[in-house]
Structure formats: C-alpha cells, structure tokens
Design a protein around this ligand. Structure first.
Ligand code: F6R
Length: 242
C-alpha cells in the first residue's frame, strides 16, 4: 500500500490525475475503471484540463464504471451514466463505443450482472481502478458485510448510503433508488492497479479503520490492504488520523 499525502482537495485531485494520465500515456489503450461521487470530480476536471492542453489523449482508452442505480434510465440526470458524461466523457476524446457502465434499465439482475462481468473480462480486465470510499468503508456499492468473492451483483443500498446520496436527488430520500448494480470486491481486487481518493475530515476515521485496522468484510475497503498495487491519495484532513 502506498499513501500519497496531498495538501488539499485540489492537490489530491492533481496527484490522482497524474497517476491516471501516467497510466494512459504508458498504455494508450488501457482499461480505466472509474467512479462517480463527489471526490473524483476534481480529478476528472484536472484530466479534462490536461486533455485540453494536449497532454493526454483518451482516444484509445476503454472505461468500465463501478456501478449504476438499478431502475434509472441513462437519460435520467441522476444516473451514473449522466454523471460520467457531464463530469468527464463529454469533455474529452473518449470513444463512446468504449464506454461501459452497468445498464440500470435491465431489471433482470442476474442477466445484467453476468453481461457486465463478461464486458470486463472481454476488454482484458482493468488496468487501473479509481475508487472513492464511503463513510462506512464501502467501495462501489459494496456495503459492510459484502462478500469479498463477488463479481458484479445487485445490492440493496443501506440507509446511510441512501442518505449520503440524497444530495444528488434534490435532498429527497424518496427519489434515491434503493438498489444498484455494482462491481464486486473480487472484480475490484483483480484490477492491476487500484487508486483510492479521499478528502475532508469526514473521511479521516474510516481511512484509519480501513487501512490500519483489520481486514474484514465489515469494512469493505480494508481488503485493499491485500492488493499488490494499491495507492491511497488523500488530503491532509482525510489522512489526519494516520
Ligand atoms: C461511486 C461509488 C461510491 C463512492 C463513495 C464515496 O461510483 O461507487 O462508492 O465512491 O460513496 O462517495 P463520495 O466521493 O461522494 O464521498
């Protein structure tokens, strides 16, 4: 496990974007596993900035996103498909045919999860997986108690995650979908590199627990301690307890 200390959110974003752009420069046709949420937005902005300056080229990159709400069509502004297009894909030269997310509109969970695992397999696996971390230690939508050996699966979101995500649904908890398709921990652990970004004092406690506590399904991110190429980039506040 490598820990990179950043001063603040901007610095964290730049350091994470540096690692991602190094990956793309070294392997232009790489597979990037991407995350939504508030934390990586600055990382995407930095990558867009470098793309605009001609420093990084995404034309051969394939992406696989971690998760998607079950039941939300792509066009819904709160879908992760929309989030990724608004915050990243629409601003760089990524080939739309190489963008992959779970399909929230396929309500046949078994079929959709199988399809998505095949997508990841068929693109040759993930070169670099970007992650955020939930206050309860979730990664993707793998909530506490999630089995480490799962591939893509359908989850019932915990109340805490529903609450945390309501800010994206006009603050209305009733509008937040209650299920999601997520890559499993097994899939995440099979990524050749994992990069987790964290910022703010609110993440300090879980960062300490996940990366300096026991490896347990009760703290899903703790499994990353066992990953052979795991990098945590955090700002001073998120890393304040370690
Ligand atoms: C996002 C995802 C989630 C978030 C986590 C942290 O695709 O799967 O696990 O990474 O909830 O979210 P933020 O960054 O908003 O604190």
């Amino acid at each position: 496990m490598k820990i990179i200390r950043a001063k603040d959110y901007k610095d964290m974003s730049r350091k994470a974007a540096n690692i991602i752009s190094a990956q793309v420069i070294m392997k232009p046709n790489c597979v990037l596993g991407l995350a939504t949420g508030g934390t990586p937005v600055g990382t995407y902005q930095q990558l867009i900035d470098w793309y605009n300056k001609g420093d990084v080229d995404f034309s051969e990159v394939t992406t696989v996103n971690l998760d998607e709400y079950r039941g939300l069509p792509r066009e819904n502004p709160q879908s992760y498909w929309s989030f990724m297009h608004d915050n990243f894909f629409d601003h760089v030269n990524i080939d739309p045919a190489r963008i992959n997310l779970p399909d929230g509109t396929n309500l046949d969970a078994a079929a959709e999860c199988k399809r998505y695992d095949e997508v990841i397999h068929n693109v040759g696996g993930i070169d670099l997986q970007l992650l955020g971390i939930g206050h309860d230690g979730h990664i993707g939508f793998n909530e506490p108690g999630a089995a480490f050996e799962l591939g893509t699966h359908c989850v019932d979101l915990t109340q805490e995650t529903i609450e945390a995500n309501k800010r994206f649904f006009d603050g209305n908890v009733d509008l937040v979908p209650k299920q999601a398709y997520t890559m499993g921990i097994k899939t995440i652990m099979q990524a050749r590199k994992v990069l987790l970004v964290a910022n703010g004092a609110g993440k300090a406690e879980i960062i300490k627990k996940a990366f300096f506590g026991p490896v347990t399904p009760e703290v899903p991110a703790s499994i990353l301690q066992m990953h052979p190429d795991f990098t945590l980039v955090g700002d001073a506040e998120a890393l304040s307890l370690i």
